[in-house]
Design a protein around this ligand. Structure first.
Ligand code: KG4
Ligand code: ZN
Length: 374
């Protein structure tokens, strides 16, 4: 079974083609995995600017699709034929809010044959609504024009299920999903069986990295740049709080940490800042990682989990990965995605689509759900 996956929930235009080699899952072949990042565009604004992101998705999608199909050896030129009549009318209606995308997709459809794809999988939420809609309308247009079934998937579930690329998971599992918009601890009793047992009361862990980096003048996105600056340090003269580390629940709070970064940074004389920047980055990373790990391991013991699953952009953090491996000490199965599959990508949406394949939706019914919960 070949799945074409589309993921545009934030600022990455991602398309992948994956092949499921077994009906049972946990055995996928990645035929292509493309991510067109908009970081350079959003850097100027210090964060993701939704209308700009929507425009970029419109501009990129057809090109990224073509490249993904080509890399998968699924792009075949046909005898050119015009899209006209009722088809043209329908496609105009599906993409009425994405005129730039429409302009690019029609010539694509006129030039290439229906690819050998069995299912289209597209992220419907959570995420930035204008961005989600571009991917969804693109999926609708492809589903309609090529007559391929489509399924809508949850971005958070995809961050979890990407760990099943080539692994079987022992249940129950405790999943820590840490991204720019989410920090959740999820009890997973099986695929599709989730319960949120804790989450952040305010900022997400990735958001804390991003906001702290902004305070320190390090630019966007904050996680990778703070992590880079933290490298090589082992101590810090600045001490930051570990919010809620000993609370009895599984919730988090990171906005106080961000404020603590702001106040301590303001107290440091400008002339000393350059010298102390790396220590500050080290301490921010330690504070975030300490809290995430403490709560995750506590949840894993309390719920008698067999597996700990990590997912979301922050799971690309080297310190988090290493510390978690050390602290788990082989007591739980530990599943961590490869770094390129930690941050947003479409492979994860493809894997999610595979497990949701019985829940195909008529393309007309697909809708963006910006606040979708797992
Ligand atoms: O999952 P993701 O790619 O997008 C969302 O769904 O939000 O996560 C993006 C977040 C950003 O906040 C970014 O700063 C963070 O992941 N991130 C990292 C690292 N790479 C990305 N945080 C810490 N260390 C990293 N290496
Ligand atoms: Zn994400």
């Amino acid at each position: 079974m070949k799945i074409l996956a589309i993921e545009t929930s934030c600022d990455d235009t991602s398309i992948a083609v994956i092949e499921a080699r077994s009906k049972k899952g946990a055995d996928f072949n990645i035929l292509s995995d493309l991510v067109s990042s908009q970081i350079e565009i959003h850097k100027e604004w210090g964060g993701v600017y939704p209308t700009l992101a929507k425009r970029e998705h419109q501009r990129n999608l057809t090109y990224v699709l073509k490249k993904a199909l080509k890399e998968s050896s699924l792009l075949k030129i046909k005898k050119a034929s015009k899209v006209k009549g009722s088809k043209l009318k329908a496609i105009n209606s599906i993409l009425k809010r994405e005129p730039e995308l429409l302009k690019k997709l029609i010539p694509f459809f006129e030039k290439y044959e229906k690819p050998d794809i069995d299912l289209i999988s597209v992220t419907i939420g959570p995420g930035l609504e204008p961005c989600l809609w571009v991917g969804i309308n693109f999926a609708k247009a492809l589903s309609y024009l090529f007559n391929i079934p489509v399924v809508g998937v949850n971005h958070i579930e995809s961050h979890i299920l990407v760990n099943l690329l080539n692994n079987k998971c022992l249940f129950p599992a405790v999943c820590l999903v840490v991204s720019g918009g989410h920090t959740q601890l999820i009890l997973m009793k099986g695929i599709g069986k989730y319960k949120i047992i804790g989450e952040t009361k305010d900022d997400a862990a990735g958001e804390c990295f991003d906001k702290a980096a902004k305070i320190l003048g390090l630019g966007y996105p904050g996680g990778p740049v703070i992590s880079k600056n933290a490298e090589g340090n082992t101590t810090s003269e600045i001490k930051l709080p570990r919010p809620m580390i000993y609370s009895k629940d599984y919730d988090f709070s990171f906005s106080g940490l961000k404020t603590a970064v702001l106040y301590s940074w303001q107290e440091i004389k400008t002339s000393r800042r350059k010298k102390i920047l790396k220590q500050m980055c080290y301490e921010i990373q330690e504070a975030i990682v300490d809290v995430l790990i403490k709560k995750t391991i506590k949840a894993a013991y309390d719920y008698k989990a067999k597996t700990i699953i990590l997912g979301g952009g922050v799971s690309a953090n080297e310190r988090l990965r290493k510390q978690l491996k050390e602290k788990v000490r082989g007591e739980f199965q530990l599943l961590i995605p490869k770094k390129n599959l930690s941050t947003d990508n479409a492979v994860m949406a493809g894997i999610s689509g595979f497990y949701q394949r019985s829940k195909k939706t008529p393309w007309r019914k697909l809708k963006a759900k910006a606040n979708l919960r797992i």
